[in-house]
Write a protein that binds this ligand. Structure first.
Ligand SMILES: N[C@@H](CCC(=O)N[C@@H](CS)C(=O)NCC(=O)O)C(=O)O
Length: 200
């Protein structure tokens, strides 16, 4: 059984969501901030971050998007990733990496700057361009790839959730509807019960 090392209210949430979509059993280890910096955890993640996942053979991996893609691959029956080499698979990779690089990076920078009251308009503009591209790609479809919910939706919607909860998606009604559709999924609701717990 895989084991997820996680902290509530962190990027672990997207992995918990994916695990709930899959519905297969897994083990969970909740880390405190101190445990995250321990030698044991640094052996799992060289930067002492979460999430990290221990696979059945003892291999430990990190990076939330890589973990989600691997879990989707391990459970093809869950239908969260298209067959290897297919065009739909290519688009799942595309939007998964887009979520991490073009959406998450500028969004988190924008949120950090806004909290410090020093938001640089170019940071918002970079997120705005990515948000508009994603909204156009959805183009009245419920999900990004092949009209079915995939791991790419977990990754994109989990990033956009941080924007939606701060009311930053008002310019993109299509994205607001997308996030709300994703958050209405029973797996999202089940995972939120774990990921929204207090940290300690
Ligand atoms: N790119 C990594 C980022 C991991 C990350 O930054 N995790 C945060 C929690 S959301 C963390 O562990 N922060 C603790 C720290 O930075 O020391 C991923 O997606 O897994």
């Amino acid at each position: 059984m895989p084991r997820l090392y996680y902290m509530p209210r962190s990027r672990s949430s997207r992995v918990l969501w994916l695990l709930a979509e899959i519905g297969a059993p897994y083990d969970l280890t909740k880390l405190t901030p101190e445990e995250r910096r321990s030698a044991d955890h640094l052996a799992r993640h060289p930067l002492g971050r979460v999430p990290a996942l221990e696979l059945d053979d003892g291999t430990v991996m990190f990076e939330s998007a890589a973990i989600c893609l691997q879990l989707a691959d391990l459970h093809p029956d869950a239908g969260l990733i298209a067959p290897l080499g297919s065009a739909e698979r290519a688009l799942v990779y595309q939007w998964s990496l887009f979520a991490m690089t073009e959406l998450e990076a500028p969004l988190y920078r924008w949120i950090r700057e806004a909290v410090g009251d020093s938001a640089d308009p170019s940071t918002r503009e970079r997120f705005a361009q990515a948000a508009a591209a994603l909204e156009a790609a959805l183009n009245d479809h419920d999900w990004l790839v092949g009209d079915r919910f995939t791991v790419a939706d977990v990754l994109c919607a989990s990033v956009l959730d941080s924007a939606h909860s701060r009311e930053l998606l008002e310019t993109w009604p299509g994205l607001q509807a997308y996030v709300e559709r994703a958050e209405a999924r029973p797996a999202f609701v089940a995972a939120a019960e774990i990921s929204n717990q207090p940290r300690s």
